[in-house]
Design a protein around this ligand. Structure first.
Ligand SMILES: Cc1cc2nc3c(=O)[nH]c(=O)nc-3n(C[C@H](O)[C@H](O)[C@H](O)COP(=O)(O)OP(=O)(O)OC[C@H]3O[C@@H](n4cnc5c(N)ncnc54)[C@H](O)[C@@H]3O)c2cc1C
Length: 462
């Protein structure tokens, strides 16, 4: 009894202290929900949860909750539902426009964090070819854990320091999407905390409405606490190739041809198809997609760019020891069908994990120069194929005026490629992903990835 009284006293003291520390802004209903994790009003943690990668908006949460379990998430959301205070799930805060921020003074950020849900947060089932992952886990951790079994997810984003819940709330697209669909089409099952604070398991066949609403639902239909992600045998190495075009029509035609090969046997297609626009030679070594070094034998200005703009097709071929002998032949056969500038083939070869983790290397360099935590007014668009030519004329060759401050990605996507694996994508209907990744002007400081690219000529056409 005395022990219980002491506990009560301590709890009352802690609550009073919390209220004193934060004044009257604290959400009182949260103080007695009984968390296994942590409730924080620490200034630094509140500040960290008040900004995102875009740095265009500011939040003002009154608390940050670090849940230890899915039940913790459910407790907080239930209290929010019953009392009417706002909550927002936050993964890594790599959104651009404040999607994971709380702008009200009395509102709570649920910082999903790594390794929640008890234990490691990543549990591989090699027999079932899937991995169960805590919603706040980073994709890089998912990759490391699955590679121990020689397995890996199939569909990626270009950058792996994003949370599983964060990318599944969007779509998760990249150069593999044409073949495997976006990340959200590679999910077998989810545990979701609904807006009422109920913890519900859902899949294609069980609570399917919730399943489809949450995937790509921008965090508005529930909080993902667990995702079951499909796996495949992980390739060992990657041949990474870039070729240049000065003609936009040819560039698009080749990209569309390459993604139309989805569903073909691995040897008859590339594994990844992306591309980017080079509007300004001075910016050719942008932080994300650079590969031309000072010693590069190709003089970009000599390539007779159409309207001063060049387009770079970026493709990869995965391979293992078993097909290492035939990979060159397969690549040459595919390259022969393309119409890029002869003499503009650049190739490098690296382990699969290094290819997937490529953007992180650039991040580390930018961080070391204080150039990562700067405003990022990025613009991500889907442009219909019917208007992509106008977009090129109006934007790449028009309003950008040979100036930009970051990479501009462009690659087509089968509109219905969520169904690509199910063979429903018979008609090719494309739209283009355009990502204009500007950041605050860094005074012309851009980084090359210091990778050695071998330049070679286009293989002769038959
Ligand atoms: C350098 C960089 C490269 C990128 N490359 C790509 C790319 O190649 N392809 C691509 O598709 N995207 C890309 N993105 C965008 C990225 O996928 C999204 O911004 C993603 O939301 C970031 O994940 P996050 O964990 O930081 O999410 P946050 O910014 O923390 O949250 C994003 C949204 O998801 C919600 N949310 C977070 N966790 C959960 C959860 N567990 N359950 C439910 N909702 C949740 C939030 O409330 C918010 O609405 C890139 C971003 C950066 C910064």
């Amino acid at each position: 009894m005395a022990v219980n009284n002491n506990k009560l006293l301590l709890l009352t003291f802690a609550i009073c202290r919390l209220i004193v520390t934060v004044g009257l802004t604290v959400v009182p209903e949260l103080l007695d929900v009984g968390l296994d994790g942590r409730l924080s009003v620490d200034k630094r943690e509140l500040e960290a949860a008040s900004v995102d990668f875009g740095r265009l908006s500011r939040g003002a949460p009154s608390e940050v909750v670090h849940p230890a379990t899915a039940e913790d998430v459910a407790r907080v959301v239930k209290a929010a539902f019953e009392s009417g205070f706002p909550v927002s799930a936050r993964g890594q805060g790599h959104s651009i426009n404040g999607q994971a921020l709380i702008t009200e003074k009395k509102g709570v950020v649920i910082q999903m964090g790594k390794g929640g849900g008890g234990g490691s947060g990543v549990k591989v089932c090699d027999k079932g070819m899937y991995v169960d992952v805590w919603g706040g886990e980073l994709w890089i951790e998912v990759l490391s854990a699955t590679l121990e079994y020689g397995l890996a997810p199939m569909s990626w984003t270009d950058y792996l320091y994003l949370s599983v819940g964060g990318t599944l709330s969007n779509a998760g697209i990249s150069g593999q999407t044409f073949n495997h669909g976006p990340q959200i089409t590679n999910i077998y099952e989810l545990d979701v905390v609904t807006g009422k604070g109920e913890l519900v398991t859902c899949s294609e066949h069980r609570n399917s409405e919730l399943f489809h609403a949450v995937l790509g639902g921008l965090g508005q239909f529930g909080i993902i606490t667990r995702a079951r992600i499909a796996l495949e045998p992980a390739p060992h190495r990657v041949r990474w190739i870039r070729v240049l075009y000065s003609n936009f029509g040819r560039f698009c035609k080749d990209q569309e041809y390459l993604i139309s090969l989805h569903g073909k046997a691995g040897r008859e297609r590339f594994d990844y198809v992306e591309g980017f626009v080079i509007v300004d030679e001075g910016l050719i070594n942008n932080w994300r997609s650079s590969f031309f070094s000072a010693s590069n034998p190709v003089k970009i200005t000599s390539l007779n760019a159409d309207g001063g703009v060049l387009y770079c097709l970026e493709i990869t071929k995965n391979y293992d020891q078993e097909n290492a002998d035939s990979v060159d032949e397969e690549i040459q056969a595919l390259l022969k069908k393309l119409d890029f500038i002869p003499t503009s083939v650049f190739t490098t070869d690296l382990p699969y994990v290094d290819f997937l983790d490529r953007v992180h290397k650039a991040e580390l360099k930018l961080r070391s120069k204080g150039l990562w935590d700067v405003p990022h007014p990025w613009l991500n668009l889907f442009v219909p194929r019917s208007r992509i030519g106008d977009f090129d004329k109006g934007v790449f060759k028009g309003i950008l005026g040979n100036k930009t401050s970051g990479p501009i990605l462009i690659y087509p996507m089968n509109k219905s490629n969520g169904n690509a694996k199910k063979g429903k994508n018979k008609k090719h209907s494309y739209s283009y992903v355009i990502a204009v990744e500007r950041h605050r002007d860094t005074g012309g400081l851009y980084f090359s990835q210091h990778r050695k690219w071998k330049s070679s000529s286009k293989p002769a056409r038959k």
